[in-house]
Design a binder for this molecule. Structure first.
Ligand code: AR6
Length: 169
């Protein structure tokens, strides 16, 4: 059984085999958790993101790519692009679910045992936090894996922490 943990704080300080970044389709960095990961991880992460862009173009919403973690306490960073909330609940929910699914699949393909997720799309992209939390927890609980042992949900703000506490009770 996959173990699920909740941690309050900054994802760049979390020790895990891989940390997930809430990126944008340019893969070239931004604010929020993306900015924090690039700042703490160093230039190597951006260099690999640029290589990926040159190879495959932009990263589509719901998809995920992997780079080194640079100076971060992880082996890799998975960059996934969450949907910008536009009120289309069905479409946005499906895309957000894809972020979690595709990140977990990619971690599994790299034989990684522990993965840390931020609350994708719930910042600058304005996805309703409660709905996003439900989707995140459902996707992780429904993901059957013999490889991934632990998923850490890293909540940065109080509201998400409360939501995840309830969901994981
Ligand atoms: N550690 C963990 N979580 C964090 C951190 C941190 N250091 N900083 C913020 N959060 P956001 P999005 C939380 O805005 O909504 C960027 O510019 C934050 O409280 O980082 O997916 C990208 O380049 C929130 O709950 O990502 C994109 O353009 C969650 O992380 C865009 O923002 C996500 O907030 C993506 O928007």
């Amino acid at each position: 059984m996959l173990k699920i943990e909740l941690v309050k704080g900054d994802i760049t300080k979390i020790k895990a085999d891989v940390m997930v970044n809430a990126a944008n389709s340019s893969l070239l960095g931004g604010g929020g958790v993306d900015g924090a990961i690039h700042r703490a991880g160093g230039k190597q992460i951006l260099d690999e993101c640029i290589e990926i862009r040159n190879r495959q173009g932009k990263c589509k919403t719901g998809e995920a790519v992997v780079t080194t973690a640079g100076n971060l306490p992880a082996k890799y960073v998975i960059h996934t692009v969450g949907p910008v909330w536009n009120g289309n609940e069905e479409k946005c929910s499906e895309l957000l679910a894809n972020c979690y699914k595709n990140s977990l699949k990619l971690a599994e393909s790299l034989d990684l045992k522990t993965i840390a997720f931020p609350n994708i799309s719930t910042g600058i992209y304005r996805f309703p936090k409660e709905l996003a939390g439900n989707i995140a927890v459902d996707e992780v609980k429904n993901f059957k894996s013999d490889i991934i042992e632990k998923v850490i949900f890293v909540c940065f703000d109080d509201e998400n922490e409360e939501i995840y506490k309830k969901l994981l009770q």
